[in-house]
Ligand binder design. Structure first.
Ligand code: MN
Length: 254
């Protein structure tokens, strides 16, 4: 039984900080339930070792859509490692200009990820969906039926109606302070039911004052969310921890 966290960072690349051990320690110190996402299956074991007996860090098995061109063959390793964890990510699709060319290959890989998760059951996935919200939701709807897994849409940049569709499919949303700095991001955070929201940093990719955010530094996201949803910051913080607890328990949503 893990101790109750004070904070939630449901999408952080701990292994892309200069010192993975220190990044894990920062999450422990802040008592932040942290999902350490990975970008290739080969990185999973190193993260697992670093997380060791951590109370607050969980490690996800990932295959990042932006790396699929070079790493598609690692889908076999992904499937072999899948029984070792309940958490999957970063996976998904990226149809932005730099990665559009690999969208068909990304789709093939992502479909295999979803199918193997549905087959295994009870996985929790953190999904990338840049310029591909509709296609990601279509694939989730088709390949990962409710009761076969839970999806968290990370830094969702789709439309408000696509966000509502995600809600109907049982998805959670993880939001960071960069996302909440944009009007579109704030609209999503306002539209999603309050019991489907968790916080993330997406560190070290998100910067604050020219520096990468620290792992688990989600207080600015909590403050923004509280403002957007017009609730006291302390209540927002507690609600996010409760949402996280429900998400990782076995209660099926949607
Ligand atoms: Mn990420």
């Amino acid at each position: 039984m893990s101790p109750r966290p004070d904070l939630v960072d449901f999408h952080c690349h701990l292994d892309l900080y200069p010192d993975l051990g220190r990044a894990v320690a920062a999450c422990e110190r802040r008592r932040a339930a942290t999902l350490a996402v990975t970008t290739t299956p080969k990185a999973f074991s190193r993260n697992r070792e670093a997380a060791g007996s951590s109370d607050f860090v969980r490690v996800a098995l990932g295959l990042h859509p932006q790396l699929v061109t070079e790493r598609a063959s690692e889908i076999d390793l992904f499937e072999r490692l899948l029984p070792e964890t309940r958490y999957v990510g970063e996976v998904g699709l990226d149809a932005g200009p730099r990665f559009y060319r690999s969208l068909e290959l990304q789709t093939t890989v992502f479909r295999r990820v979803l199918k193997s998760c549905a087959e295994a059951g009870e996985k929790i996935l953190t999904l990338h969906s840049v310029r591909a919200a509709k296609r990601v939701l279509d694939l989730v709807e088709r390949e990962l039926p409710p009761g076969r897994g839970t999806v968290v849409l990370h830094w969702f940049t789709g439309t408000a109606s696509e966000a509502r569709r995600g809600v109907e499919l049982g998805c959670y949303f993880s939001v960071n302070d960069r996302m909440l700095a944009s009007p579109a991001g704030r609209r999503i955070a306002a539209a999603v039911p309050s019991d489907r929201l968790v916080t993330e940093t997406d560190g070290p990719f998100v910067e604050r004052d020219g520096q990468p955010v620290e792992p688990a530094d989600v207080e600015p996201a909590i403050a923004s969310l509280a403002k957007i949803r017009d609730v006291p910051p302390d209540a927002m913080k507690v609600a996010v921890v409760e949402n996280f607890s429900r998400l990782v328990s076995n209660i099926t949503t949607g």
